[in-house]
Design a protein around this ligand. Structure first.
Ligand SMILES: N[C@@H](CCC(=O)N[C@@H](CS)C(=O)NCC(=O)O)C(=O)O
Length: 209
């Protein structure tokens, strides 16, 4: 098994954090190249052209951070990061999906439509040029504001996003907030619960992965 990683990028960080939380070490190859781009050899091998990617020993390529996490959770069930029982698994998935759709995608809208390295690369993995769209920056900022408030409310009564236990939902939310930081957007001061959670997650070894 081999993990294709890009140290700079927020989605492979989701997998790096997951591996640290699980205590799993995998052979890893960095596939970031010049110009904040994936290396051409990697794109040739994996035309989806996104990371993280996990290659199995039989050559199967598994992309999408959650698909990889689900596969690894089956091989290494403890500690459970996708939930302990049917109800918890559903709650973890609900919050992980919201963290991705409402946090990661919103932060990516701001970053990819602003940064000069992503001119004509508005969408990751696209085989054709996709221009930056300035209106998406404003929309992304509005969406991030809503994300911060929603997640702050959820953390008012919960230690972690899906309840008392740390889960993959916390990992995706953490990496989404990291990506918002690339555009100098931080958790607003009004979101006290989210700030409390941020300090607690920051103290976990996986946060430095
Ligand atoms: N839906 C994918 C998203 C993967 C993704 O967008 N990865 C980015 C890095 S954060 C990427 O590979 N970008 C390639 C590029 O920008 O050329 C997942 O959940 O794993």
């Amino acid at each position: 098994m081999k993990f294709y990683d890009w140290q700079l990028a927020p989605n492979p960080k989701r997998l790096r954090m997951f591996l640290v939380e699980k205590g799993i070490t995998l052979p890893t190859e960095q596939v970031g190249g010049d110009g904040v781009k994936l290396r051409p050899e990697f794109i040739q091998k994996y035309p989806q052209a996104t990371v993280p990617m996990l290659e199995l020993d039989d050559g199967t390529c598994i992309g999408e951070a959650m698909a990889i996490c689900r596969y690894l959770e089956e091989l290494h069930p403890e500690p459970r990061l996708l939930g302990q029982d049917a109800k918890e698994r559903a709650i973890v998935e609900m919050w992980e999906r919201r963290a991705y759709d409402e946090g990661m995608v919103a932060a990516a809208e701001v970053f990819r439509n602003t940064h000069p390295a992503f001119v004509d690369r508005g969408v990751p993995g696209a085989a054709v040029a996709i221009p930056q769209i300035p209106a998406l920056v404003e929309r992304g900022r509005i969406r991030l504001d809503l994300f911060f408030d929603k997640f702050d409310r959820q953390l008012a009564d919960n230690r972690f996003l899906a309840g008392p236990r740390f889960s993959v939902a916390d990992i995706t939310a953490w990496c989404s907030i990291d990506l918002a930081g690339f555009s100098s957007i931080g958790i607003p001061d009004r979101c006290k619960n989210l700030k409390r959670w941020q300090a607690e997650v920051a103290a976990r070894p996986s946060a430095k992965a």
